[in-house]
Design a protein around this ligand. Structure first.
Ligand code: C2O
Ligand code: CU
Ligand code: CU
Length: 490
């Protein structure tokens, strides 16, 4: 019998207002809710031994619908959670077992460009590539995904992505939940659109490409509204937004505050209470949840394509479909490893000087007569940075490793999640305001709304002549050209 495809009245309401067809049986299935325990990706330990990641085609059933064509690493959808440790060099063999070119980009790792997996490192179907990851940065939650120019959105949507848990001694010295699948959970968020049979489809319209693709439901590790069970104490959630373009506004159903402990590039200097956190595509967050306070639900408000109350809200499916992402349930029988909230965390609150070069990047959406990126003829979106769409042979600037620069990112028509490889940054201001709690600390991706001021630390070396990219992490925008390149010198 069919399992639930869509469940819960709020999700159904969201679907109804989206004007999309309700999958068959969705109404009946709504009665069965939240029965499936969360499944975590398997661990792949790269701390002490070489690892291998093979892109693999799969058929995946999402929430009881018809099987969808998917891709993953070492499995049919998504990939294993790669464990890394600061101070080690992890050899990685990447094999392409699918029929499209791939790369393997380590989003958040500041490694030399030959290991970074940007668009210049394509691996053809049937081919492979050996790299080594010199891990020299603090403990954090990162992720990896394919990054071939012009096809990153469809292939990440299909599942060519996975989580990275990076560990170090500073993090190990703090009493935090860290038993994978017991009190420490990797949660990879992707929204999907479903056809009438419940198959996940990705056929973005011109409007989706321009303003951002929105799914019918947000899946967690490929599951709809799973249950996360943990001991009666603290559990740690590592959230990764792997959606092509949806930002998720996260809060607890109980309205209790969220306890934020980490952002993109690692732990904060102290846990911070906040009512809601916004997680844009590419970003990560670490939260602590106290299960002694009883069952609760993590809600995700998927904002309209124009974001933040834009005028397209009504047209694009309602601007605040409030959906249950997952249920958090205490397991009475289990003893918690961690019951008290740490006072201090290893992150630093010190602002960097940003005395290096000043740069300004204007992100723009437009239409071009032909889509030069994919060779298709006809009017299609052309996305630019400083008026230029991405070209693999154009390098926009060059800068020394170790430079601390001041970047201004301009997103005037709609919010764009700006991301840079080989570097990290602190958000000084965004949209004329102070950074929100989840915009503090070291980051590599930020949802720019208006103008953002960033203090950027250039960390990684150009190797084998390969540049690093910076781009909008709305993957449809990146594929349509909203990306540039730079090189670094030692
Ligand atoms: Cu998450 Cu350039 O990528
Ligand atoms: Cu990246
Ligand atoms: Cu964008």
């Amino acid at each position: 019998r069919r399992e639930l495809l869509m469940s819960g009245s709020s999700l159904l309401a969201g679907l109804a207002t989206s004007g999309l067809a309700l999958p068959a049986n969705a109404q009946g299935a709504a009665a069965q809710m939240d029965r499936e325990d969360i499944r975590l990706p398997p661990l792949l330990d790269g701390r002490t031994s070489p690892i291998r990641l093979q892109a693999t085609a799969g058929r995946t059933v999402f929430a009881g619908g018809a099987p969808s064509s998917t891709m993953g690493f070492n499995q049919g959808y998504l990939g294993p959670t790669v464990l890394l440790r600061r101070g080690t060099n992890t050899p990685v063999r990447i094999e392409n077992g699918v029929d499209v070119p791939i790369t393997l980009h380590w989003h958040g790792l500041t490694v030399p460009s030959s290991a970074d997996g940007g668009p210049g490192t394509e691996i053809a179907p049937g081919a492979d590539r050996d790299i080594e990851l010199p891990v020299r940065q603090p403990a954090a939650t990162h992720w990896y995904h394919t990054h071939v120019h012009g096809r990153t959105a469809p292939d990440v949507y299909a599942g060519l992505a996975g989580a990275v848990i990076l560990q170090d001694d500073d993090e190990a010295g703090i009493e935090l939940p860290r038993t994978y699948g017991v009190d420490d959970f990797v949660l990879i968020l992707q929204d999907k659109r479903f056809d009438g049979s419940g198959r996940a489809v990705y056929e973005p319209s011109m409007m989706d490409i321009m303003h951002g693709f929105r799914g019918d439901a947000v899946l967690v590790n490929g599951q709809l509204r799973p249950i996360v069970r943990g001991p009666r104490g603290l559990v740690r959630l590592r959230l990764i937004n792997a959606a092509t373009s949806s930002p998720f506004d996260l809060s607890l159903e109980s309205s209790r505050p969220l306890l934020l402990i980490g952002v993109d590039q690692g732990l904060l200097d102290a846990p911070t209470e906040t009512g809601r956190v916004l997680l844009a595509p590419g970003e990560r967050l670490e939260l602590l949840i106290d299960l002694r306070q009883g069952e609760d639900r993590l809600m995700a408000t998927s904002q309209s394509s124009m974001g933040m109350g834009g005028m397209m809200g009504g047209m694009m499916g309602g601007d605040a479909a409030n959906a249950v992402l997952l249920t958090l349930a205490p397991d009475e029988g289990r003893e918690a490893a961690v019951t008290s909230i740490p006072q201090r965390l290893p992150g630093s609150a010190v602002a960097i000087a940003a005395t290096g070069a000043r740069r300004r990047f204007v992100l723009d959406e437009g239409m071009g007569p032909i889509n030069m990126m994919r060779g298709a003829v006809g009017a299609s979106p052309v996305m630019t940075i400083n008026g230029k769409p991405y070209e693999i042979d154009r390098v926009d600037f060059s800068t020394p490793v170790g430079a601390q620069e001041h970047w201004t990112i301009v997103a005037s028509q709609m919010p764009h999640p700006f991301h840079v490889h080989g570097a990290k940054f602190q958000v000084l201001r965004n949209g004329g305001r102070e950074p929100r709690p989840e915009e503090r600390g070291w980051k590599d991706t930020v949802l720019v709304n208006g103008e953002a001021e960033l203090a950027v630390s250039i960390d990684a070396e150009t190797s084998e002549g390969l540049p690093f990219v910076f781009h909008c992490h709305i993957l449809e925008h990146e594929d349509a050209g909203m990306m540039g390149q730079f090189t670094t010198q030692v």
